[in-house]
Design a protein around this ligand. Sequence first.
Ligand SMILES: [Mg+2]
Length: 265
Amino acid sequence: MIENSSLWVVSDVDGTLMDHSYDLTPAKETIKKLQKLSIPVILCTSKTASEVKVIRNDLNLTDPYIVENGAAIYGESLEKFNGEIILGKKYKLLEEILNHISNEIDYELIPLNNLTDQEATDLTGLKGNSLNLMRDRHWSMPFLNPPSFLEEKINICCKKFDVDIFKGNRMSHLLSTDSNKGKAINTLKKYSNIKNIQIIGLGDSPNDLPLLLNSDIKVVIPGKDGPNLNLLNQLKDLEFILASEPNGYGWKNEINKLISKLELI
Ligand SMILES: [Mg+2]
């Protein structure tokens, strides 16, 4: 489908398309509308491919999807690459790098995958098999947010190891400098071979900054307590839309407004 449209919707999932209770219902009708218009909906998330497969099934999506914060792109239509394009470094290598950084800053950074089931549930709200899907990670390394006084030191270490850290609302992500959501979008654009693709990008937290910077129409989705101020601050000199309602409700309203403004319906 990406080959048939020059307008793409690229959306973060957690906190953007759904709230933190993982409810996709508010956005469902609007996604159906986009499908009728042959506009691809490309999920672009820090989640794993295993987690996104469940969401894609639920939403009946067939478009390619960007996972692990832009470290990998999957999709049946990526035939030239056997269904996957990898931009990131292997999990094992990222784990070694995280350990090196921990040693250098003299503070133990803890990978999400090292938490007990109960700790992971407390942090993410996920339970049972959903925890296994979350841990099926290959190209990125989420870890517990470090105290903010260490951030500067950590960022200096990152340069040494060719990695970046993106801070989400609930955890941080260690990634190869070759992979982020924006780089993945651009890779997919090149793959599609379509000229002048217009992207409507939607996100809620600072790890969506590369997604939004690579979108023609930038939509910030607030949570129930308002928008992420760090993200707003980073976008302050740019034109963007701040949705008036949180999560899936904001998503649905803004997409509906945009598709009528663009006179697509
Ligand atoms: Mg999010």
